[in-house]
Design a protein around this ligand. Structure first.
Ligand SMILES: Nc1ncnc2c1ncn2[C@@H]1O[C@H](COP(=O)(O)OP(=O)(O)OP(=O)(O)O)[C@@H](O)[C@H]1O
Ligand SMILES: [Mg+2]
Length: 236
């Protein structure tokens, strides 16, 4: 359902992504790993269209989306919970969530909006207590719950999660892990999870893609990660 073919991307003249290729199947959870600065977030930015691809192709849900703008890809079902979470600070939690819902394509019958919000509130009950609070004042953990909730409201086919547990207290990390396991078991959509913690990734992902210096250096099933690969490229 997602295929990157020899993607090269630059910031100005800096060549960041070098012939990045990998695939994601429908409903699959794939973990993108690698040390700081190897190009994980940059890979997600090229997937969403926030950063143009200099050469190579991106196919999503049967279409070549390489040159498509970000909003068109979002309408196709590509949702993004960014590393900086990018909550809109002057909008309330409720308004931030609505933005996610508005990205949905297709017909949304009466009652669908409430049902979709109820699902998010079931996963993240904390959000119900802070609906009228401006996004800009939320704690890191609250922001992350809002970012995932907002992405979920768009009814994605592929959810991009960039380090959802970064800088978050253990109890909320556990909660986020449970939510991701629930998504995985439901098989409603695929997930590309960026995560540096090997143990967290190994519990969740069926497939891994390891990057170093802008290139993919290994990929495969999660239980096949070699000790050498872990030592060289990952944080345990
Ligand atoms: N806007 C930008 N302009 C120029 N260079 C950038 C920009 N954003 C990122 N880079 C550089 O691109 C490289 C890859 O960055 P990227 O954010 O993709 O790394 P990452 O793998 O997500 O790292 P981390 O684990 O720290 O989040 C880094 O060397 C970074 O300094
Ligand atoms: Mg990053």
């Amino acid at each position: 359902m997602l295929r990157l073919e020899n993607v090269n991307a630059y910031y100005g003249e800096s060549h960041i992504l070098r012939n990045v290729s990998f695939t994601i199947e429908p409903g699959q959870v794939v973990c993108l790993m690698g040390r700081n600065g190897v190009g994980k977030t940059t890979t997600l930015k090229t997937l969403t269209g926030l950063l143009p691809v200099r050469s190579g192709k991106i196919f999503f849900d049967g279409a070549d989306v390489t040159k498509e703008p970000t909003d068109r890809r979002a309408k196709r079902g590509l949702a993004y919970a960014p590393q900086g979470r990018e909550i809109i600070p002057h909008l309330t939690v409720r308004e931030n969530l609505r933005l996610g819902y508005w990205t949905r394509s297709g017909s949304n019958p009466n009652g669908a909006e409430q049902a979709a919000f109820d699902e998010v509130f079931g996963l993240f009950p904390k959000l119900t207590q802070i609906l009228d609070r401006p996004g800009g004042v939320l704690s890191g953990g609250e922001q992350q719950q809002l970012a995932i909730g907002r992405a979920l409201l768009s009814n994605p086919k592929l959810l991009l999660l960039d380090e959802p547990t970064e800088g978050i207290q253990p109890s909320i990390v556990d909660q986020i892990e449970d939510v991701i396991i629930g998504f995985k078991n439901s098989r409603r959509f695929a997930i590309l999870l960026v995560e540096q913690g090997l143990h967290f990734a190994a519990r969740l992902a069926e497939k891994y893609v390891v990057m170093a210096k802008g290139a993919v250096v290994a990929s495969g099933k999660s239980d096949e990660l070699s000790a050498e690969m872990v030592k060289q490229h990952l944080t345990v």
